[in-house]
Design a protein around this ligand. Structure first.
Ligand code: ZN
Length: 190
């Protein structure tokens, strides 16, 4: 399979997995536990499972007060799709692909959470982080430094994942700053 075809499939995969990431973002922004009923952010009415249906959740509205979060869902879905497609173009169908998808999914979630909670700061910092990652990915091939960045990225993904999971299970226990710092640390220490 060519890398372009894999990238296209991963773009679709990003759109399909996006609703799951969007719900994770909702939970974190609302400071709720990860496994909870999906509720309207303003009136707390139950919204059922509709937030998990790919593409359709773009049009999800609270039936009572019309509250919606489409802008966030569009952002999450298309950022994830673009990041996954980039990983597919870069790595093709290889053993390296899966950890990068995990890393990108975690970064998308953390970035959008931060966009929602600290709007100004992250408009500046996250494009820088993403640009840094893409540049590192592009340069690592020709310069033969893949072996060195690889353990760093895995370490950052695992560390960020563990702290992220801790935050989602028990939000008051951990500042989100710790969570978002972890993958960046792993990446640049490498
Ligand atoms: Zn509502």
């Amino acid at each position: 399979m060519s890398n372009v075809l894999i990238a296209l499939l991963l773009f679709v995969f990003g759109l399909v997995i996006g609703p799951l990431l969007g719900v994770v973002v909702d939970r974190a922004v609302d400071r709720e536990r990860l496994v909870a009923e999906h509720r309207c952010p303003s009136c707390r009415a139950s919204l059922g499972a509709a937030a998990l249906i790919p593409l359709r959740h773009w049009f999800l509205r609270c039936p009572d007060d019309e509250t919606h979060r489409q802008h966030r869902y569009w952002l999450v879905d298309f950022t994830a799709a673009a990041a996954f497609a980039t990983a597919g173009l870069r790595f093709g169908w290889s053993w390296e692909l899966a950890p990068y998808l995990g890393l990108f999914a975690a970064l998308v979630v953390m970035s959008v959470i931060d966009l929602e909670t600290h709007l100004l700061l992250n408009i500046l910092t996250y494009p820088a982080l993403f640009a840094g990652i893409f540049v590192i990915l592009l340069l690592s091939g020709p310069t033969g430094t893949e072996a060195r960045i690889w353990p760093a990225i895995v370490g950052g993904a695992v560390y960020g994942g563990v702290l992220g999971a801790a935050f989602l299970v028990y939000p008051p226990g951990l500042g989100l700053g710790d969570v978002k710092l972890a993958p960046t640390l792993g990446l640049f220490l490498g």
